[in-house]
Design a protein around this ligand. Structure first.
Ligand code: ADP
Length: 484
């Protein structure tokens, strides 16, 4: 890897301001999903080192939480600047371990950094309240305090931004954190630690545990009495398990789990805009985001036009090595991701769906699936229920508003939803009726540090970004003053 700053590529874990190897020098391999080549081996930490990280975060908490918000803000601001100065290197590390095209990776680094910049400021606004007392001699004040040591478990699809979204608000209000990044993408996390240290984040405030033993490390983090909060982004199955595990110590939780996003196009929609939104929402990151459109519902009057226009755009996508120029779409992250996409498309086609483009593995590499559009899909197919997490757009046909709302809500998930239409009354009705935490109206891109990201139903709870994101790391204390 040709980095301008070689020390951004680290292979040891970062605990208490030190680079840590595992016992018996245990390591696991990190591969480039583009061609399966070995990038490097990374320390494979276990239970014992997890405990050391929790202890370090616990020791660091009093001093970090007692700093003023302004002092913490200065350090976070510096971290933000260092990330922005090193966008190219960080993006190259990200693309090499994750596969997304370099320009997209740069976008993620900037997006990830924007949370640090935003929360560096918002941390100053962890306001409390003064409430008129309930007796003449009584006064009531409310303060917000940092919850304590936070554990963060993050996925591979956004190896940088899923970390900063959690860490920035936590650090801004005075919490300390132990992060367990996904085993597929530990290098982006370690690079962030290098810059955090350079920015002046004190030892123990931010710890990164690389491991291939997610279950053991997860169990150690969730059973710890010192860890007061778990923030998790990942699959619904693992989220449910972690929620169970956290019940033992009644930890505060933020869970950002799977989605099954509907993308609705009404007859009066701007079709060109809808196709552009569909491309952004569906094919970004190779379809591997939890807010990717998973089910397209197109009204009968524009169905054929939409399918034709979308198919034409999808045919233009160029898959390949994300490190090369003019590549639009990278590989899937691993074999199980690829096999899942293949199974879902196979099921749909066997039940009568037709691929207007794609429908097979791609020749671009072993982990590539062709960008695909499926028509003639219905709710007997797995594609209507499962999160595809790949570059496949299944297109359902609908007739009425009532029918499409019922179909869109017919899922246990409730993360993101999108729709395109022009009638303002319809827009209000549909936006209110969709049982989702986020609704994109005439846009396919909704993620930003300034808005609350999160779901309802089995997509989880808790919000990341915006003033709501700050609350996740605070506890409320009420003081009742008597004898005044
Ligand atoms: P994905 O399907 O996106 O890989 P996962 O939920 O498996 O979703 O992974 C998200 C994160 O959760 C990763 O960091 C992974 O290592 C971690 N993880 C997976 N299983 C467990 C577990 N049993 N306990 C704790 N963390 C886990």
């Amino acid at each position: 890897m040709k980095l301008s700053r070689k020390n951004l590529l680290q292979t040891q874990s970062y605990i208490d301001g030190q680079w840590w190897g595992a016992e018996h020098n245990r390591k696991f391999s990190v591969f480039n999903p583009f061609d399966g080549s070995l990038i490097t081996k990374v320390a494979d930490l276990g239970e014992k080192e997890t405990e050391s990280a929790i202890e370090a975060a616990t020791r660091a908490f009093p001093a970090w939480s007692r700093k003023t918000a302004g002092e913490r803000s200065d350090i976070l601001r510096r971290w933000y600047e260092l990330i922005m100065e090193n966008v190219d290197d960080l993006a190259l590390i990200l693309t090499t371990e994750q596969g997304k095209p370099l320009e997209e990776a740069k976008g993620e680094i900037r997006y990830g950094a924007s949370f640090i910049e935003w929360f560096a400021e918002e941390g100053k606004r962890a306001y409390g309240d003064v409430i008129p007392g309930h007796g003449t001699d009584k006064r009531i004040t409310v303060i917000k305090q940092p919850i304590g040591v936070v554990a963060a478990i993050t996925p591979w699809n956004f190896p940088n931004a899923m970390i900063t979204r959690k860490v920035a608000p936590a650090l801004a209000v005075g919490c300390t954190v132990v992060i367990k990044p996904a085993q597929d993408t530990p290098l982006s996390a370690l690079a962030l630690a290098v810059l955090a240290e350079e920015a002046g984040i004190p030892p123990g405030v931010l710890n990164i545990l690389t491991t291939n033993q997610a279950k053991e490390v997860g169990a150690t983090l969730t059973k710890s009495k010192e860890v007061r909060k778990l923030s998790f982004t990942g699959s619904t199955a693992v989220g449910k398990e972690l929620m169970r595990q956290c019940s033992g110590t009644v930890k505060k939780l933020s869970l950002e789990l799977g989605g099954n996003a509907p993308f609705i196009v009404f007859d009066d929609a701007d079709i060109e805009g809808a196709v552009a939104g569909a491309m952004a929402s569906k094919y970004r990151n190779g379809g591997q985001t939890c807010v990717c459109a998973n089910r397209f519902f197109v009204q009968a009057g524009v169905y054929d036009r939409f399918v034709e226009a979308l198919t034409a755009e999808v045919k233009k996508l160029k898959p390949g090595d994300g490190r090369q120029k003019n590549i639009d779409i990278g590989p899937l992250i691993n074999v199980s991701g690829l096999e899942k996409v293949e199974r879902i498309v196979g099921d749909a086609v066997s039940k009568g769906a037709v691929a207007t483009t794609g429908g097979n593995r791609s020749e671009a590499g072993d982990l590539f699936y062709q960008p695909t559009v499926l028509t003639g899909v219905d709710n007997t197919m797995a594609v209507s229920e499962e999160e595809i997490f790949g570059p496949v757009a299944p297109i359902f046909r609908f007739e009425t508003e009532e029918e499409v709302i019922a179909m869109a809500n017919d899922t246990p998930f409730g993360l993101a939803a999108y729709f395109y239409g022009r009638d303002y009354a319809l827009i209000w009705r549909v936006a209110e009726a969709l049982e989702y935490g986020m609704v994109g109206i005439n846009t396919g891109m909704i993620s930003t540090a300034v808005a609350p990201f999160g779901g309802v139903k089995e997509s989880g709870f808790g919000r990341e970004g915006s003033k709501y994101g700050l609350e996740e790391y605070l506890v409320t204390k009420y003081m009742c003053w008597g004898g005044v």
